[in-house]
Design a protein around this ligand. Sequence first.
Ligand code: ADP
Ligand code: ADP
Length: 232
Amino acid sequence: MITLQNVKKIYKSKTGSVTAVDGVNLDIKQGEIFGIIGYSGAGKSSLIRLLNGLEIPTEGSISVAGHQITSAKGNKLRKARQEISMIFQHFNLLWSRTVSENIEFPLEIIGVPKKERLRRVDELVKLVGLEGREKAYPSQLSGGQKQRVGIARALASNPKVLLCDEATSALDPQTTDSILDLLVDINERLGLTIVLITHEMHVIRKICHRVAVMEDGKIVEQGQVLEVFRKP
Ligand code: ADP
Ligand code: ADP
């Protein structure tokens, strides 16, 4: 489902260059929940942004859901992005729009007719457990509810891959667990492949099938979660 071959990302500036991703190889299977863990500055955000074409690799090749992200442009890149959705630490919601309107937004962009959009929003609201909150604005929601909107919006275009960028880092432990449960539910029900980056071991232990440990832009270890992090 996702293959990275010798991927490098070097940021160049007047003052020098930073190698954020340094020769990464990964092979993530369909239906997997794959975690990437590492300290701040390890290169996790750069790596996940490479997966949906927000960043272009300096070297190497990236294929996601059958799309050669590295060389995709224009319509091809747009098509690929519909199949690769993302959720964020700070939710990135539209603050002047309601829950329903936030979820509807990506469907408007891709030109889905109104009736079909409303049907789909209804389905997604139920899927993420936000019934009754459709007309609320993001500022009226708890952190967990905001992330449920983020998840529903990400699923609107029926993606094959969901990328999660520190999706629970702004939430308290109990809310974190309820969002992680929702991600597992979606993974099982929709067969969606999930790639998440986190600095929290708890997140990896609770939901990931496999994990890669990132340090200084490199994957220093990877495997089944129980093999990589044996409990003492
Ligand atoms: P993480 O998500 O693990 O904290 P990042 O991918 O954000 O890691 O950062 C990895 C390295 O790349 C850091 O040294 C960071 O300062 C640098 N970096 C990240 N984004 C940029 C950018 N847009 N321009 C220059 N350097 C960057
Ligand atoms: P959290 O509770 O997780 O910190 P917030 O609700 O504070 O999340 O907001 C997350 C991000 O959205 C922040 O970057 C914040 O600046 C921005 N934000 C919050 N409220 C608004 C708003 N009313 N209009 C625009 N941006 C906002």
